[in-house]
Design a binder for this molecule. Structure first.
Ligand code: BGC
Length: 748
């Protein structure tokens, strides 16, 4: 049979295209890796003693315009697109994208790894890393020392995976619990966000990894992030949405910051001069470099250059040779504007490439036992006991029948599958943790994945202890991976148009109908019950909360979560987490939230300040969390308000009034009820986590910085200290009835 010429031609074209695809994929799946540190053999002195400022200037002076532009984006599109998507789809691997490598001038590149809960980009010889509880869980520990240690481990493992730029911490404020990426951040309060952000940055940078807090700014809605415009007034911007960024920049001094996708007051964050230059550099003194979020991070290269954006990620698009050359030749920009962006990023990153490493960051570091122990310790400290009517800790008797029930009882569930994903070698599920705990204890641990509600009810009737595991997975919440086109269409229609993505914002705040029914039915037949909630943010519990005697928020608790859970349920670990957000009694009382819109207005109040302002009922307050111990607070004293000092000193006594050792999180709020302007009733301005032995009393000292009492005056653009009577409120949660109070005035 003879094949017609036209068919032969088509077959040939197909063969050529297929071979090209195979070659491209092969090349990109087995991509070359480059060293990130400067090559000592090229220098006659220790590299860490080289003056980076002069070196950067010298290197810049030797660069052609094209070489300068090469410092301003990730990789070239033709290389990075197949590499990125090829690895992602075919190998479920996040590729190393090399930025700013210049072979001629011996400039090493830098490589990003995400990292809110573990290193993200893996060396090709490594398949797993230590995976921690999500950031929201860690915030619930209120333990910034642990957060520092977590980031020390994450950044060590990043270095061992040949990356040196951490796209973390995420410090966007949780404005509404439905935000899909709530699990990646540290809650609703600016103070908590700032303190955790600083701890994270310092932990990362300890290993000469560049920290990159994100997403600057106002990224608190996921599903429309690529098309959304956030409007707000000047005071709200400075007092509510930026203070934590300012603290992280000024106290943490990260190498970099990542711009957000959304627009802020009409201008995309990546080309927003007010954000990137006026506020970040001029007001706050930021010396590092700004990179965009990945894809759709910048739409107008020239505007972005003028705004102060240093690097477009992950590939060259708007920072193209043509766009920049043309703008220079037509005098729209001057080459020195490019120089200034390049020298900033070069100077910053070379400090890390030439820094002294006190350890060898090799593969052996990954999953070290101390890292895994830390993952468990963090999970133990982060779980929050919400309610406990004499149920927990469960008895440790023998011959018990224990049921672990629910779809999530034996699900490996460490959080969403977006950029914050991390690959652990194993995950201890709730069931496995409880089973491990009872090994050799002569108790029967029964798993029931809750498929058949009637048989779960029958089982529950026979159990001595019921552990009901409910909540969410990556399907319900997380980073939203859909096309920008779909986001645009959805925003236009004000509802989801097209295919449902994975993760995204949570529209409904309650659990699935199934979980709610399971809880209500089982609670009717067995009262020795705990509901364990897995998720990243607040939920609406109104349909079942009153029917159950005890509730524990275990979050997405990382690779060791199940073991931590068992220890808490049986009292080997005394729970010590507290909520980093408010749980409303009525979900409609949270700020207006719409994941399918292209414009939204953020008002001044959110979180506990909103509930207090409008006297709205809450289910559980910000800062709430129970312990097996009983703590008593007394003797609040204001020690010194001398005008020459920059802070006010306070102290109080705390007593552990129980026979159980425990940790308590003492919270310090300042009240502004006497203000002459509209201000929150109170705001968190300090916290301490303290360990107390049975019956132990400790005197705890606090300081309030006077600068932290100021409000932002929009007309003068100044921070103003009011001459009023302030209130100090100290105690176990934001619930006013549980706080010791006293007044103070500043002596002007
Ligand atoms: C996310 C960022 C992340 C980046 C790189 C983006 O989609 O919004 O948070 O750092 O991807 O993975």
């Amino acid at each position: 049979m003879t094949i017609p010429k036209s068919i032969k031609y088509i077959l040939l074209v197909i063969a050529v295209i297929a071979s090209a695809i195979i070659i491209i994929l092969f090349y990109n799946l087995n991509y070359k890796m480059y060293p990130l540190k400067a090559d000592q053999s090229l220098y006659s002195q220790n590299i860490w003693e080289i003056n980076i400022d002069s070196l950067s200037k010298k290197l810049l002076s030797q660069m052609s315009l094209e070489e300068k532009i090469d410092q301003m984006y990730g990789e070239k599109m033709y290389k990075s697109i197949p590499k990125f998507f090829g690895n992602f789809l075919l190998k479920q691997r996040f590729a190393h994208i090399y930025v700013g490598r210049n072979e001629r001038l011996n400039i090493p590149p830098w490589v990003l790894s995400d990292g809110p809960r573990g290193a993200r980009v893996l060396d090709k010889n490594i398949s797993s890393v230590t995976t921690f509880p999500v950031a929201m869980a860690r915030a619930a520990s209120w333990n910034t020392e642990l957060e520092y240690n977590v980031h020390d481990v994450i950044s060590k493992e990043m270095r061992a995976n040949k990356t040196n730029y951490a796209a973390t911490p995420c410090i966007n404020l949780l404005r509404h619990p439905g935000w899909g990426r709530a699990q990646e951040t540290y809650g609703e309060d600016q103070w908590l966000l700032g303190k955790f952000g600083v701890a994270a940055v310092k932990g990362i940078e300890k290993n000469n990894v560049m920290a990159c807090p994100k997403h600057f700014a106002l990224n608190s809605i996921e599903n429309s992030r690529w098309v959304l415009n956030v409007s707000l007034d000047e005071r709200t911007l400075h007092e509510v949405y930026l203070p934590h960024f300012k603290k992280v920049i000024q106290d943490g001094k990260p190498a970099s910051i990542m711009s957000a996708y959304n627009k802020v007051r009409g201008e995309y964050s990546g080309s927003n001069k007010e954000l990137l230059t006026d506020i970040l550099r001029e007001d706050w003194g930021f010396k590092g470099f700004v990179s965009t979020d990945w894809m759709y991070g910048v739409y107008d290269g020239i505007k972005a250059i003028k705004a102060g954006l240093n690097v477009e990620m992950p590939w060259q698009d708007e920072y193209s040779y043509n766009i920049i050359r043309e703008a220079i030749s037509t005098n729209i920009i001057e080459e020195k504007e490019i120089d200034s962006l390049v020298i900033t990023s070069l100077r910053t990153r070379l400090k890390y490439a030439f820094a002294y490493d006190s350890i060898d960051y090799n593969h052996k570091l990954i999953l070290d036992k101390s890292h895994i122990d830390l993952a468990r310790a963090v999970a133990e400290e982060s779980m929050v006991l919400i309610k406990n009517k004499n149920i927990l800790p469960f008895s440790k008797d023998k011959n018990l029948k224990i049921g672990v029930i629910g779809k999530l009882a034996n699900t490996e569930n460490t959080g969403d599958l977006g950029s914050s994903n991390s690959t652990p070698p194993y995950v201890i599920t709730p069931y496995q943790g409880i089973k491990n705990y009872h090994k050799n204890k002569n108790n029967e641990v029964i798993l029931d994945d809750g498929d058949n509600i009637n048989s779960s009810i029958e089982l529950a009737k026979k159990l001595d202890q019921v552990i009901l595991v409910v909540g969410y997975t990556f399907e319900d919440e997380g980073e939203y991976v859909m096309s920008r086109g779909q986001m645009l269409k959805s925003a236009e229609a004000n509802e989801l148009v097209g295919i449902k993505g994975i993760g995204g914002d949570r529209i409904r705040l309650n659990l699935s109908d199934y979980d709610e029914k399971l809880i209500n039915e089982i609670s009717k037949v067995n009262k020795n019950l705990v509901v364990v909630y897995v998720g990243g943010s607040a939920i609406d519990m109104s349909k079942w909360e009153k029917n159950v005697p005890s509730i524990l928020f275990s979050w997405y608790s990382g690779m060791e979560g199940g073991n931590a859970l068992a220890k808490i349920l049986y009292g080997d670990v005394n729970p010590s987490g507290k909520l980093p957000f408010t749980i409303a009694a009525n979900p409609n009382d949270y700020p207006y939230f719409n994941p399918y819109t292209d414009s939204i207005y953020y008002g001044y109040y959110h979180g506990y300040s909103l509930f207090e302002k409008y006297n709205k009922e809450i289910a559980y307050p910000f800062g709430h969390g129970l312990s097996y111990s009983d703590f008593k607070y007394k003797n609040l004293e204001i020690k010194d308000i001398s005008p020459e000092k920059k802070y006010i000193e306070l102290s109080l006594d705390i007593k552990n009034n129980s026979q159980i050792e425990g940790k308590e999180i003492i919270q310090l709020y300042v009240g502004f009820e006497n203000s002459n302007i509209d201000r929150p009733k109170k705001l968190l301005k300090g916290f301490k986590k303290v360990l107390l032995k049975p019956n132990e009393i400790k005197k705890i000292n606090f300081e309030i910085e006077i600068d932290d009492l100021k409000y932002y005056d929009s007309s003068s653009k100044e921070w103003i200290l009011e001459d009023i009577t302030y209130k100090v409120l100290l105690g176990e949660s934001s619930d006013n009835s549980k706080l010791l109070t006293s007044d103070f005035k500043i002596q002007f």
